[in-house]
Design a binder for this molecule. Structure first.
Ligand code: SF4
Length: 161
């Protein structure tokens, strides 16, 4: 069993009430090979919700209480993001999940590059809070951008993970 970002599985949990569904991920869930979770919803945030970005540091800084996650209007939603990340980690540990496919560039789920905290669409190197916490605890994380390259064959009918 692997974890996938719920929005990639077609669940409308994005900040704007939409999803990022892609057929490969939906197929994994349909086959019972993946379970979808949304850390921001698990952290108690509503959908739709104002967008938020990491400000003043890295995801690890946020987890260590040295940086914040803020909404565009300045509201501090750090605790929601951290609580959601911890819930996802707890679930993965209880279920023995070792791999995750997460949504690229998200302040929760992104890996490698995330938005820079200015709400201008600019990207900086870094990870989302949940992705960072999972990787720090030995769970392999890839994004949907990467799985296209590494693990999908046979025109979307067969996945090898
Ligand atoms: Fe998707 Fe993750 Fe954002 Fe939830 S927190 S909407 S799963 S990218």
């Amino acid at each position: 069993m692997i974890l996938v970002s719920a929005c990639l599985a077609g669940i409308r949990c994005k900040y704007n009430g939409k999803d990022n569904g892609i057929p490969h991920i939906k197929e994994l869930v349909r086959q019972g090979k993946a379970i979808p979770l949304c850390p921001e919803q698990l952290g108690g945030l509503p959908t739709p919700r104002p967008p938020a970005e990491i400000k003043g540091g890295s995801a690890r800084d946020v987890l260590q209480g040295k940086a914040l996650v803020v909404r565009r209007d300045g509201a501090d939603v750090t605790q929601n993001f951290v609580m959601g990340a911890r819930e996802v980690l707890r679930f993965c540990q209880e279920m023995g999940i070792k791999r995750a496919i997460l949504k690229a560039r998200s302040p929760s789920c992104g890996k490698g590059m995330i938005y820079d905290g200015t709400f201008t669409g600019k990207l900086v190197e870094g990870n989302g809070i949940t992705a960072q916490l999972l990787m720090d605890n030995g769970i392999e994380v890839v994004t949907e951008d990467e799985i296209e390259k590494i693990c999908w064959e046979d025109k979307g009918k067969q996945i090898f993970l």
